[in-house]
Ligand binder design. Sequence first.
Ligand code: HEC
Ligand code: HEC
Length: 206
Amino acid sequence: MMTRSSKRSKRVRVWFVYALWLVACLLLSLPSMSRADAQSAATKAAVCTSCHGLGGNSTTGEYPSLAGQTSRYLYLQLRDFKAGRRSDPRMSPMAANLTPDDMHDLADYFAAQKPIAIDFKADPVKVEAGRKKSEEILCTMCHLGGFAGQNEIPRVAGQQYAYIVKQLQDFRDRKRTNDAGNMTSVSKNLTDADIENLANYIANLQ
Ligand code: HEC
Ligand code: HEC
């Protein structure tokens, strides 16, 4: 006949085994869950690569590279395209049907891709003039040294030359206004030559 205390210890053992089983299930499901997430992000991203390049490494100045961009910035841009705060005839329709979850998945996916150096022959005289201008305006106060970016401030290092030129012109000419005024105020006194110089300098950074 069992004593009361041995009954209790048996109950404790049963609970212990049950708890172990729960923990084991949880641990087993974690990697497969994240694998499934990664797979679905890659599937969602496939449509984007027709313009933004494989893994988000663009091969033309018409489309920005997304590889290695900060996840926070990518998410905010997708949100702004969908809401109409930023607009482009090729990109806006692509964001129109994305849910916030899609946007986070896509942003994390492209942020995790490795940026590949672009094929751009910079003009050394313009690179030097661009470097000086960038120091004068303190661009890296926000974009960090080497234009590496942080959180909601984009990485611009190694971005496509023609795309950088277009964005700086769009900010200056107030065609792109989703920057809470940060870029509008820095770009308002830039000449076209300043913009070319800056883009020569930044597109060349790794
Ligand atoms: C038909 C071509 C096309 C497709 C497909 C496309 N995009 Fe774009 N995307 C563009 C263009 C063009 C721009 C730049 C617009 C501009 O000049 O302001 C852009 C800009 C962006 C930006 C802003 C980048 C930055 O540096 O500010 C993000 C983020 C982005 N696209 C994500 C995506 C995602 C995610 C997908 C897939 C769901 C996608 N795009 C599909 C053409 C495309
Ligand atoms: C006060 C902070 C600040 C300063 C200074 C600043 N930027 Fe920016 N920049 C931003 C922010 C924030 C954004 C993103 C705006 C948005 O969300 O649309 C941005 C966006 C950009 C973009 C667009 C990138 C893309 O992928 O579309 C370029 C190019 C850029 N900055 C270049 C420069 C240059 C060149 C300078 C110096 C002349 C400069 N920035 C100075 C805050 C700053």
